[in-house]
Design a protein around this ligand. Structure first.
Ligand SMILES: [Zn+2]
Length: 250
């Protein structure tokens, strides 16, 4: 059984009492009651639910921003200062939840990573575990070079090596610097194109969400795997560009 199906089974249903307003008993939103307007204790909901959004990856960011500012005003602790201390505490907690949710969902990469986390995939954990395992074996973590970059990376590494030697001896080789810069530009283009690749995964994902229960977990798996792969490759390219910049600045 995969981790994501386990998560789906063990996910606790939201208890009934959190669905209704503590003050008037009406159905409440995640943050405040739409009937009486009272701030509510934070409910155990994910960031999508917090904003009343489906778990889709195409998010209308201007609308999200508008909702964020509106909720910020309504949940502002100062506004609830004259209410009871309990309500004020809730509005503080809700405000901080709101900020986290907004920061995560407005950013395409963080949003995707967050959705993957909800699906049971911890990218950061994976990377941390790999680093720790390598360290335990006394090795440097092996970066898996994306196959389509093998040639580029091989050539670039040789040029960087040459650059470092030149820097040691104080030699200047403008042609070499130009070559490296050319590779860097190509990598930056690659970095951009990987965002586009990720966005086409979003389309597939969102279509599955739209289909609701007619979409099976088996159909989600390859899309999740594809998104993980794209994000890993994108991280690899980003780290490489960072290394090139560091080498060129020396
Ligand atoms: Zn109410």
């Amino acid at each position: 059984m995969t981790k994501s199906t386990l998560t789906a089974i063990s996910r606790k249903p939201v208890p009934d009492e959190t669905n209704t307003c503590w003050s008037c008993g009406a159905m409440r939103a995640a943050h405040f009651c739409s009937s009486c307007g009272k701030v509510q204790p934070p409910a155990p909901v994910d960031y999508f639910t917090f904003f009343g959004l489906p778990r889709k990856l195409n998010v209308n960011v201007p609308t999200l921003e508008k909702d964020f500012y509106e909720l910020s005003r309504k949940l502002h602790p100062d506004l609830n200062a004259r209410a009871g201390s309990q309500e004020q505490e809730w509005s503080l907690e809700q405000s901080s939840l709101l900020n986290d949710a907004y920061r995560t969902l407005r950013d395409p990469i963080r949003r995707t990573q967050y959705l993957l986390k909800l699906e049971g995939v911890e990218l950061e954990e994976q990377s941390k575990t790999a680093t720790e395992q390598a360290r335990a074996r006394g090795e440097v973590k092996k970066q898996i070079v994306p196959p389509d970059l093998l040639e580029e990376v091989f050539e670039l590494n040789m040029q960087l090596e040459e650059l470092r030697m030149n820097q040691k001896t104080g030699d200047d080789d403008p042609a070499l610097t130009a070559e490296i810069t050319k590779h860097k530009t190509a990598l930056e283009t690659k970095h951009e194109s990987l965002l586009e690749a990720l966005q086409s995964c979003w389309e597939e994902w969102d279509q599955l969400v739209d289909r609701g229960s007619s979409a099976s977990p088996a159909e989600r798996k390859p899309i999740i795997a594809e998104m993980v792969d794209v994000l890993n490759r994108r991280n690899y390219v980003r780290n490489l560009v960072r290394d090139v910049n560091a080498a060129l600045e020396n």
